[in-house]
Design a protein around this ligand. Structure first.
Ligand code: TXA
Ligand code: MG
Length: 319
């Protein structure tokens, strides 16, 4: 069992010794290791059971540390960094030699972000290396938004989880890369497209793929609960299953023909940010109920509704 606590100096010692630990961020919890230590990076892939073709995000706390391990910082990227860091935005930037191919799965870009969580920023400020950290879930499952979520799934494999409470954004960072002068969104996330476009104008959205090694951040089936999750044809579902056996995830309003204890409402006030914050923990709750299937409503396609729908759709993919 991992220790859950707030001892930053102990976490620092563990990281310096090449261990991997759970860390809080505003988006989701990360499974962190020294990004400059190949053995620590390998350990991350092993603990998470993650294929090595899926590269990691490198976390740091200042722009000056960041510029030491990237080869270029395009103007649009700088504008976005200034507007959204620390915060739920990841930038794909050309890497310098300091970043191992293991971190980037051989790509020439490295994914970087400055997270917005006081404990993790404090930890990063004491380290002389950045932290490689994917979300702290077994590959393919729902990302963790609390230390307890991490403990439940990876607790046997890691020594420590830094407890920073519930993640306030609740879905992963938005990933933005650059093709020439054009900004490209590779993963929708905690920073909305509308917010990005206010800073740098129109951005390009790239569709998800199930097996495109050039854009490994976009695996189609992901974020999945273990129970089958449906997003279409609720009427048929309610004919096939009794109302005690269906879980229902709604945006704002409960529905009639499912037991109330099997329903989770993302935001009674219709707030997209509140919905994002609840999404993964409600999916986990539904997944652990004595039900057979989950039905999830899609949100309006705007603001964080788009990123939430992206996660729900990918949770619904069955291959
Ligand atoms: O909010 C977040 O981003 C969280 C917290 C812990 O920071 N991290 C996170 O990491 O979601 P992860 O590993 O679960 O997702 C990162 C995604 C992966 O799908 C990976 O394929 C993609 O980023 N990625 C990383 N480096 C990339 C690169 N150079 N080019 C394209 N995609 C990349
Ligand atoms: Mg992940």
């Amino acid at each position: 069992m991992a220790i859950i606590g707030t001892d930053i100096s102990y976490v620092k010692q563990l990281l310096q010794a090449g261990q991997v630990v759970g860390i809080p961020t505003e988006t989701v919890y990360g499974l962190a290791g020294n990004a400059f230590d190949e053995d620590a990076v390998l350990k991350i892939f092993t603990v998470k059971n993650r294929p090595q073709f899926d590269p990691l995000i490198v976390h740091t706390d200042t722009l000056s540390k960041l510029t030491s391990f990237i080869a270029d910082f395009p103007e649009k990227a700088q504008k976005l960094a200034k507007a959204f860091w620390p915060g739920p935005l990841t930038l794909l930037l050309p890497k310098s030699d300091e970043i191992s191919d293991l971190v980037t799965s051989g790509l020439s870009t490295v994914a970087v972000r400055i997270p917005n969580h006081s404990l993790t920023l404090e930890l990063l400020s004491t380290l002389d290396f950045p932290l490689a950290a994917p979300s702290a879930n077994p590959f393919g499952y729902i990302s963790p938004t609390s230390a307890q979520h991490v403990e439940k799934q990876l607790g046997k494999k890691i020594p420590y989880i830094l407890d920073g409470g519930e993640s306030q954004v609740g879905i992963e960072s938005t990933i933005v890369g650059f093709e020439g002068d054009e900004a490209v969104v590779y993963r929708l996330g905690g920073t909305s497209v509308e917010a990005l476009e206010k800073i740098i104008g129109t951005v390009k959205l790239v569709a998800h793929s199930s097996s495109n090694p050039k854009a490994p951040g976009m695996l189609k089936s992901h974020y999945s609960p273990r129970k089958p999750l449906f997003i279409t044809d609720f009427e048929q579902l309610s004919k096939n299953y009794s109302k005690e056996k269906i879980g229902y995830l709604s945006f704002q309003i409960a529905i009639e023909n499912v037991s109330l204890e099997n329903q989770r409402i993302l935001s009674l006030t219709g707030s997209y940010s509140e919905a994002a914050k609840h999404l993964f923990s409600y999916m986990r709750q539904l997944d652990s109920l004595p039900i057979d299937v989950i039905y999830a409503e899609l949100l309006p396609e705007k603001d964080l509704g788009r990123a939430i729908n992206d996660r729900i759709r990918r949770a619904a993919v069955r291959e």
